[in-house]
Design a protein around this ligand. Sequence first.
Ligand SMILES: C[S@@+](CC[C@H](N)C(=O)[O-])C[C@H]1O[C@@H](n2cnc3c(N)ncnc32)[C@H](O)[C@@H]1O
Length: 320
Amino acid sequence: MLLPGDVDPQIQGTKQAPSGVGHTEIRRITHRLTLAGADPCLCRTAWQAWRVTDQQDVYIHGHHDSVLRSHRWRTIHNSAAYLIPHLRPDQQLLDVGCGPGTITIDLAQMVASGNVVGIDNEPMPLEQARADAQRQGAGNVSFSMGDVYQLNYPDGTFDVVHAHQVLQHLTEPVAALREMRRVCKPDGYVAARDADFAAMAWYPPQDRLDRWLDLYRCVAYSNRTEPDAGRRLLSWARAAGFEDITCSATAWCFATPEERAWWGGLWVERVTSSALAGQALDRHLATREDLEDIADGWRRWAEQDDGWFTVLNAEVLCRG
Ligand SMILES: C[S@@+](CC[C@H](N)C(=O)[O-])C[C@H]1O[C@@H](n2cnc3c(N)ncnc32)[C@H](O)[C@@H]1O
């Protein structure tokens, strides 16, 4: 039996770590989880989970209602403000991995005489996006199935190609950026924004939230994706061939009683009922009791008058 920190020789050498993620990092996280009381075979399990997801990308969150509720809160102002100064009324925009499309519809309002297409590789959020667009009378936006790795458009079709919180979920973020660059006009913009999980911060200290973060990152790594995507966006954009890249960072902050109840309540549900929970359980990265305990940590955090949480998001605006 392998001990935490050991690399299964059957697995070693057969995997490519997501860019920037070393074996040391995987060991560090899994070791911390073990110290926190997780399965002592966790490390082996994480590596095996990595092998399980060999063939195709696995979207960590899935499309449980608690996930889509969280995504529907997003607007152009709280999630894509860095792009607003570059929008013109007649532009053609592509929003990849648009999910339930609230940002996409906002983008369409900004380019009133232009057109916006939202694509996602899952049909369920697109149904919500279409219904929402119809409700709001947004006539210049459409939604269709599509894969960011193989966009169904000729070279140079769009003025702006946008992705919000998508690259962190891909095993090949650089390939995705190259494909986004291909369908963007030479003088257009490719814009991406992603959170950086290791840079999330909260108060008061709460060890069950520490375990939540470790578990989330471990599940993401077992999907061969990068949870600390934000800090890597610049390097990914450079690797995709962009020469003119503007970087920025903005944060979501949850601190009022209403914000804490919403954010904490979402995570209570997400950690127990979404695809994240299923992946953690299936790969023996957590037990049902662990997940309930982490959910209690979120409840406890949300109840505290001093409770404060920030999500750091990095942004890149790429040309050339
Ligand atoms: C975190 S959600 C972000 C949704 C939306 N952009 C937002 O911020 O509200 C990521 C979305 O990317 C989609 N996705 C994942 N892999 C994809 C791929 N290869 N091609 C297109 N969409 C993908 C998922 O289905 C999911 O809806």
